[in-house]
Design a binder for this molecule. Structure first.
Ligand SMILES: [Zn+2]
Length: 379
């Protein structure tokens, strides 16, 4: 039996060497963190939308000093969020559905801050509400951030927002009259992403808060990339396979795991990450090379919410699991645009894109992942 295995192993690569997600410490950690938040990424998720009135003489310097105020009611904002519901239905393959309802407006005094808006909205939210979205009726200054989002504290039963403090906050900029009713939605989608416990991704390895949110492949990075290229676009891009996996929108069967501590030489057939889940196949590869760290390889189709990308592309990211929530995870772009015939080689590993093909709308890539001598030059 042992002999047979030894004989078979080199021929089919993964068969006897394959790992399950349960064998990989970093993936286990991602599962445990997701478990600590219960099922907030699955099924119906009731959000309350609240407008916060900002006094004209506010001392909070985040706001642009102007008399202009957003005029939408929370019910009108809820209506404007209708496409956000479809965005998440699409990207979760129907597994997650935010439901927005209009809540009571809140008001802060001259000396209070935008954070007080959110505290007030959370305090008044009902027991069935699992998150609040607060939109200030004033615009932020041009140099200020647009908003923020948080999954709140871990919770597995009776997870009301009042208890967990799960919330999203945005300045009024995207809802001002000058948009003529056609608000960009990528900011609120990005902040809801944080409330689903997704971290930022970036091309820079700096962990000092100086990261650039410059990854046009990821809602959790350059979320406005689609409309910067195609002005009529309103949604953010899709997000990375690892986020979809952490949210349990991908299952273990959608993942192929390779172990760097052994020699690898494996061909993988990848389906584009936006492929309907009724079609069986690998959506991403995890190459384990540390206790808390691994590489992911996925195929991103240049269509739908990713239509701003020039071509379908294979992307490699380095994921480092840290802290006690998903937002602490570090996600760095290694190569975000590998085309047919492109190779990436580093630290004894070679990833070779053999082909990217599209047949009847099904986009697939064949890639080869193999161990190479360190410092060897690939011709
Ligand atoms: Zn963010």
């Amino acid at each position: 039996m042992l002999l047979a295995l030894l004989f078979v192993a080199p021929a089919c690569g993964e068969s006897s060497l394959s790992l399950g997600a349960a064998d990989v410490a970093a993936l286990l950690k991602i599962h445990n963190i997701a478990d600590s938040y219960g099922e907030m990424t699955l099924g119906v998720d009731p959000w309350e939308v609240v407008v916060c009135h900002i006094p004209i003489f506010t001392s909070d310097e985040i706001f642009e000093p102007t008399l202009e105020r957003m005029t939408l009611s929370s019910a009108e904002i809820v209506k404007r969020f209708t496409p956000v519901v479809s965005y998440f239905k699409r990207h979760s393959y129907g597994r997650y559905q935010p439901v927005f309802s209009a809540g009571q407006d809140v008001t802060i005094s001259d000396t209070e801050t935008s954070d007080d808006c959110v505290e007030r909205a959370l305090d008044q939210s009902g027991p069935e509400v699992r998150g609040v979205i607060v939109v200030a009726d004033a615009e932020h200054g041009a140099d200020e951030f647009g908003g923020w989002g948080t999954p709140g504290v871990g919770c597995t039963v009776s997870c009301s927002a009042r208890k967990t403090r799960r919330s999203v906050y945005a300045g009024g900029g995207d809802f001002m009259d000058y948009w003529n009713g056609d608000s960009p939605l990528d900011l609120v989608e990005h902040e809801i992403g944080h409330a689903l416990d997704w971290p930022h991704s970036t091309t820079s390895a700096s962990n000092s808060g100086q990261e650039l949110y410059d990854n046009a492949l990821d809602l959790m990075s350059d979320s406005s990339a689609p409309r910067m290229l195609i002005s009529t676009k309103r949604h953010g891009p899709g997000t990375l396979a690892i986020n979809l996996y952490a949210a349990r929108w991908f299952d273990d069967e959608h993942l192929q795991i390779l172990d760097r501590s052994r020699r690898v030489n494996t061909k993988v057939q990848l389906l584009a990450t936006d492929t309907d889940l009724s079609i069986m196949g690998t959506r991403f590869v995890v190459i384990v090379d540390g206790v808390n760290s691994f590489l992911t390889v996925e195929l991103i189709a240049a269509r739908g919410d990713n239509a701003h990308l020039k071509f379908d592309a294979v992307a490699i990211h380095r994921i480092t699991v840290a802290g006690t929530s998903g937002v602490d995870r570090q996600q760095i772009v290694i190569d975000g645009d590998m085309q047919d015939g492109d190779e990436w080689t580093k630290d004894g590993l070679n990833v070779d894109v053999l082909s990217i093909t599209s047949v009847d709308g099904q986009i697939e890539a064949e890639i080869n992942i193999r161990s190479v001598e360190r410092n060897s030059v690939i011709g």
